[in-house]
Design a protein around this ligand. Structure first.
Ligand SMILES: *Cc1c(COP(=O)(O)O)cnc(C)c1O
Length: 220
């Protein structure tokens, strides 16, 4: 417990006021989340819907739950009544199911478009063209219960800091450009334990940090 406190304080020191820290608690027990909550942390990220639902059930209701994992359409219904922000909308067509479930729950669900910036093909996300089209097309009006509020991206898994910097730089440039036309875009979610410092320097205002706070995971 002590080390989580210390890790958290060390991470917080690196994060400026205007940047939201999402503490990524996937695979970690609710006791660890509660410990951070007691220190004032309210934004938590999970990548599995079921795990997030189970944790949300037993933890304080004012936690803002971020779904940062790949979005499976058939699972959206389970989180639709409480999820705070869905980071990983990697295809425009997924918005249809978010709309359906948000409407059922009489809420507006905020989402980020996930942009593919890494070299690896294994990472999900739309390309720049698809993101622009999604925002410009009628989807925004067609889906009144969905609000696209920003972009999310993951850099290539590499030790090459120049490459990571370049990828984040590119995503921020796209974000700034789209923001001109679509002022509802506010969040730029980029940066994880290994690269959040680079991400912040390149314009991120939302970082998703797991292992630097909670320690290494057994998997993933
Ligand atoms: C697991 C995960 C993180 C956090 O990773 P760390 O390296 O532990 O900080 C951030 N973003 C996504 C999408 C993740 O799946």
């Amino acid at each position: 417990m002590m080390s989580i406190d210390l890790n958290y304080k060390n991470v917080l020191k690196e994060i400026p006021e205007h940047v939201t820290l999402v503490a990524v608690s996937k695979t970690k027990p609710v006791e660890d989340i509660q410990a951070l909550y007691d220190l004032g942390q309210r934004d938590f990220g999970e990548n599995k819907v079921q795990e997030m639902c189970e944790k949300a059930e037993v933890l304080p209701k004012d936690i803002r739950w971020h779904m940062i994992g790949h979005v499976q359409e058939n699972k959206i219904k389970y989180m639709a009544d409480f999820v705070y922000l869905i980071h990983g909308i990697d295809k425009a067509k997924r918005l249809k199911e978010v709309q359906k479930q948000a409407k059922k729950n009489n809420r507006i669900i905020e989402v980020l478009l996930q942009i593919h910036i890494a070299e690896e093909d294994t990472k999900f996300g739309m390309d720049i063209h698809e993101a622009r089209q999604t925002l410009a097309s009628g989807q925004v009006e067609a889906y009144p219960n969905v609000k696209i509020v920003g972009l999310m991206g993951m850099a290539t898994f590499t030790n090459n800091k120049e490459q990571i910097k370049r990828e984040f730089h590119q995503l921020n440039a796209l974000f700034q450009e789209l923001k001109n036309d679509f002022p509802q875009l506010q969040h730029l979610s980029m940066g994880m334990s290994g690269d959040f410092d680079i991400a912040i320097a390149e314009g991120s205002n939302m970082v998703r940090v797991g292992s630097a706070i909670f320690g290494a995971r057994n998997y993933g």
